[in-house]
Design a protein. Structure first.
Lengths: 425, 425
């Protein structure tokens, strides 16, 4: 029998997994800076919970893995972290508000497998529950800007829009209220199918030519917040979405964020439950969403019966990984020093030396294969370690060892006592 | 409809989850120190993979969640991290050896739900593949000792035994070779059912009274390695397990580990696949296994057809958490400073100040609820924050704010420019 993975699942070996860990830890550091705390919920959820309409909708229910457990109860694997969090809020009505949480975990969707799209993948979300303050929206955008900066992204930017404004603009363009979702769905595909594609899509959905023309000229508009807000104020004066955008931008500026964001009237974000400001992180020349979110003030009430406004943003670990993996060379290991006994006789002393280096806070490996020095050097170099400590009989007699820098090839004999300091400096 | 969790699953809110994160990060730091790198495998595995006999055995197959996916393939949720790792090794025959990996992830078992036992739980494993060197065994024990020290455990110790020695001792006691597993299973229950219980268990399995008497006197033996090894050398001279234990102890000493471990001849570790040294971490007065593992040189060959010796240890996040949660008060948040505008007029300035403090590396929250100062102080104190920065109109006119230490109640007016330094010192 050949062993193989389930289709749409991935193994991550240490070189990839180290980078993934760094991505997540970088983001978590920023989350903590803004007062978000970690939360964890199960992968297994009751099928009834996952299929509440206001959660994921019918599309997602079809994609949800589900089964009867040994006792006959129907169970599903969570398809996102938003629905489980809504359940937690419903079950903890006394949670002090605002509640700022981050969550990192695997989610599962039986979906078409494509490059960059799997059936089991990680999500990393922050959300702020229990406040209408648009400072919370600004914090989500601010966290995103800081995360991508810290991750080493250069040409990234946050596109911002507002659902109330969008709704106003659709009216202004002549879209009938009952066609709002149709229009949203068509516009949402702009990145993928281009302006011509959106036109076709709108035509297919039976929207009038004249209305389409208006719409297409509106959704082309993007740029500096002040300019765009001035323009839309002429089209839909008094629209509440404009006020919300103005407020968001004012807070962002007060928080020291001067660029890295723009208003883009074509931004829709697929999910039906958004109610106010929405945002998405993109990068120049890449047709990928690296993070996305927005305000969803009605979803938890519909879902869980408790009135809790919410705003959040979800980070795409997979697309972030795909960009960074191309930028940087993957580390092979985190080990700095390899300790190599020249022969079996120096093994005990080598263990002793390795242990001293570890006590000094260094990451150290010792020969575990009884290999020749040549083979050990080869292994250590291949794993990207910087130093090899050669423990030989003659050196030992003088209380010494030889350190070789595997990058420069330089060698130095040193007293064992001074070894940790020699390596650190 | 009431929203509830699936039976045997748990939500972790931030106070618990922060402690869990700290436990895992503490262990990972030590793993890195010894050259272990992170690996990740899917939750979803093919049912055929999970039910290979040499993996978990029939008992575990019964407990494994499994279902047909939308395409009709039978899929199971992993019940441990060992079987998926064996699959990865089989699929990556060119992996450079030794391969030292750690893995942290959720596993799933449909089992009886009891305090501390759930159906979805985390495992944190280290394993060293591809070497027979008992230095690898010593590293697993050493990592365990260092982790528990770093986690703040005091009365913990590692019990050590050896399967080859156990086998020799069973022969010596008069247990027939075909009854080895029966005897193992009975002895393995010692912690739970006591010596009387083990006697009954052995009787039930049809082992002769005289043999039982011998066995019970042997498994009572535990203590300092040197003494125990001397004793068993009289009973089963030349036994290979004795040599392996001696070697393990010698390496541990060379690595600077002088106590925190003992030999306990009653230690069996349930799993059939162990072949050499086995170990388990316990603590004085607590009948719980905090970590356990051992050498399993045959399992991967039987499972995956490739000959790869292995040794590892698995950390019980749940029991570790249960001990630490009683020892320390749970933190409510990681936020150090709360910035409170006295009225809405100071919001913009407050955002500006919060942002400066974050830039200085501090974890900061700002009022998101438009609350009164009193309410904000209440919230910040409840969340365990140390400082509140009060941003008032009069102070601002002089470029100042007031810092209150929420623990001592002390207040100090300070120049905004000096604020980050004031708080850090």
């Amino acid at each position: 029998m050949t062993l193989e993975r389930v289709r749409g699942t991935v193994d991550y070996l240490p070189p990839e997994m180290m980078l993934r860990e760094e991505i997540v830890n970088t983001c978590i550091k920023i989350f903590n800076r803004y007062g978000f705390g970690p939360m964890d919920t199960p992968v297994l959820e009751k099928w009834e919970t996952l299929t509440i309409k206001s959660g994921g909708g019918e599309e997602i229910a079809k994609e949800t893995y589900n089964f009867k457990d040994q006792s006959g109860r129907r169970i599903g694997l969570r398809f996102d972290l938003t629905v489980p969090s809504a359940r937690v809020l419903a079950m903890n009505p006394k949670m002090p508000m605002p509640f700022k949480r981050y969550q990192y975990g695997k989610v599962f969707r039986y979906q078409e497998v494509k490059p960059g799209r799997t059936r089991e993948f990680y999500q990393l979300d922050i959300d702020i529950y229990g406040t209408n303050s648009l400072v919370a929206d600004a914090e989500c955008v601010g966290v995103a800007i800081e995360c991508f900066k810290e991750l080493g992204f250069k040409d990234y930017y946050v596109r911002i829009n507002n659902r109330k404004l969008l709704q106003g603009l659709l009216n202004y363009a002549g879209v009938r209220p009952d066609r709002t979702l149709d229009a949203y769905r068509a516009i949402d595909k702009l990145d993928k199918i281009g302006i011509k594609g959106v036109r076709k899509e709108l035509e297919k959905r039976g929207i009038r030519k004249e209305v389409i023309k208006n719409l297409l000229s509106i959704i082309k508009v993007k740029g500096k917040p002040n300019e765009i807000l001035k323009k839309v104020s002429e089209w839909v004066p008094g629209n509440l979405g404009i006020k919300e955008l103005e407020e968001l931008i004012r807070y962002l500026k007060a928080m020291g964020f001067k660029d890295k964001y723009l208003i883009d009237l074509s931004l829709v974000r697929g999910l039906e439950y958004y109610t106010g400001n929405i945002f998405e992180v993109n990068a120049e020349g890449l047709n990928v969403s690296f993070a996305g979110g927005g305000r969803y003030d009605e979803m938890i009430k519909k879902f869980a019966g408790v009135e809790i406004p919410a705003v959040g943003i979800s980070f795409g670990i997979e697309p972030i990984f795909q960009v960074l993996v191309k930028k940087k060379e993957l580390k092979k290991s985190r080990t700095l020093v390899f300790v190599a006994p020249v022969s079996d006789k120096q093994l005990i002393k080598s263990l002793n030396i390795a242990s001293k280096l570890r006590k000094a806070g260094l990451n150290v490996e010792v020969d575990l294969k009884n290999r020749s020095l040549t083979k050990n050097i080869e292994y250590a170099a291949k794993k990207g370690m910087k130093y090899i400590v050669i423990v030989g009989e003659r050196d030992l007699k003088e209380g010494k060892v030889t350190i070789r820098n595997l990058i420069t090839g330089n060698e130095k004999r040193t007293n064992i006592k001074r070894l940790p300091n020699e390596i650190r400096n």
